[in-house]
Design a binder for this molecule. Structure first.
Ligand code: RAT
Ligand code: ZN
Length: 413
């Protein structure tokens, strides 16, 4: 057996996996970030970090400030409430709270501060374009996919002002406002199709995406089914665009909490199997919000090569869940999945979300290589680099390359 150059020592193997996972640049396939010159839409700094809806939901559990009063406060006052509640009066052990600690620490700021003076002064002193570069560099994020809503006025104004977007920020066309309404909203099917085609031609998205409730079904007997069949899926075929489905969100379970008031539910994975079977030439990126759907998603992906599982979404983006889900994906799918996306809304969240995810991914990968070693196959350093490159960008690039499964764009025209 060849052993020269192979990682047969487990301490060396572990060290090598960590180096590769921590240093490989990642493409972040779903975020809510915007470039620096998207006036007002590029959120950054300590007040935005602390008023993130993952954290306000947690703060409401412990603060005496009622939601209706909280929402009337200025953003700085809201951030002060969250800091005092979750970071001063208690230890920030939740994932979202620890994330803020990871960010402060990355910039050498006091993680035990009793107020936000130092942090505010630091973030206010930054030049935004340079800060964006610095954050992407620390997080080792080579590019992010934005969430672009073609029905949003503020965004449309920016696009119509002929802005040339930072090429590290790729467009995805978010279709919630088209697909999650109960009727056609006064437009015909062909008018919807025309609007979608025009948006695709203007924005050049890398995919079209939608978040869906747990009762999403396919086929369905609702307006969404008609719009999918007659508008979105034909557009995906014609423009060779992948479709991203994020399934299992129940919006506004507690409206008093505003954007922090959404919850989740277990969905039916067989709907995705039927969709993939009926549209074998369309590529689907799929994530489910419920832990209970994760194993079934892996099995569905084994059956359909046009199905790419991605990310540990929102309430699943906790170390214990990321560890479990990444391991079951490695066991059932090898390297043919996308382990994580950040869902960052505030720029600096890239730092913690990727640092924390990389830790779980490295641990899971190491264990899989150690098991392989024990079975009789040692791995080479370049094989680890190949795996990580595939997981962190290669699988996504393959999905959004303008090619159909098995057919190149030029052949299909
Ligand atoms: O994770 C989140 O921040 C959620 O609020 C949602 O935005 C979700 O990710 C989505 O894209 O719908
Ligand atoms: Zn999102």
């Amino acid at each position: 057996m060849r052993t020269a150059g192979l990682l047969i020592d487990t301490a060396e193997l572990r060290a090598h996996v960590e180096i590769v996972v921590n240093s490989t640049w990642v493409t972040d396939v779903h975020t809510h970030l915007f470039p620096a010159d998207f006036n007002g839409l590029c959120l950054f700094g300590i007040d935005e970090l602390l008023t993130y809806h993952y954290l306000t939901a947690e703060a409401f559990r412990s603060t005496s400030v009622p939601p209706e009063l909280f929402w009337r406060m200025s953003k700085t006052d809201q951030a002060d409430v969250v800091w005092k509640t979750l970071f001063v009066d208690s230890l920030p052990t939740s994932e979202a709270a620890r994330g803020v600690i990871t960010v402060l620490d990355a910039f050498g700021l006091d993680t035990r501060a009793t107020d936000l003076k130092e942090a505010r002064a630091f973030f206010n002193s930054r030049s935004l374009p340079e800060h964006v570069d610095h954050v992407l560099d620390i997080a080792r994020v080579g590019g992010v996919v934005m969430t672009n809503d073609p029905f949003d006025e503020a965004e449309n104004q920016i696009w119509n002002s002929n802005v040339v977007p930072d090429s590290r920020f790729q467009v995805s066309l978010r279709l919630d406002r088209l697909l999650n309404k109960s009727d056609l909203q006064g437009a015909s099917i062909s008018e919807h199709r025309h609007f979608l085609d025009a948006s695709i031609r203007q924005l050049h998205p890398v995919y079209m995406g939608v978040s869906l409730p747990p009762d999403f079904n396919f086929p369905g007997d609702d307006t969404r089914d008609r719009l999918l069949r007659d508008v979105v899926l034909p557009a995906a075929r014609e423009h060779n665009l992948a479709i991203t489905l994020m399934i299992g969100v129940r919006r506004g379970v507690n409206p008093e909490l505003r954007e922090a008031g959404d919850s989740l539910g277990k969905a039916d994975v067989s709907a995705i199997e039927r969709l993939c079977a009926e549209y074998p030439d369309v590529k689907f990126l799929v994530t489910f919000l419920s832990r209970e759907n994760q194993h079934e998603l892996c099995v569905a992906a084994r059956k359909f090569r046009n199905l790419m599982p991605f990310g540990c979404w929102w309430f699943l983006n906790n170390p214990s869940m990321v560890s479990e889900i990444t391991r079951e994906r490695l066991e059932l799918l090898g390297q043919s999945f996308i382990p994580q996306h950040s869902d960052a809304r505030v720029l600096e969240q890239l730092i913690y979300k990727w640092k924390h995810a990389r830790k779980q991914i490295a641990d899971a990968l190491y264990d899989s290589y150690e098991q392989l070693l024990n079975s009789g196959r040692a791995v080479a350093p370049e094989e680890i680099s190949r795996d990580v490159a595939r997981l962190f960008s290669g699988n996504f690039n393959e999905w959004v390359a303008r090619e159909r499964c098995g057919t190149s764009v030029s052949e299909s025209h």
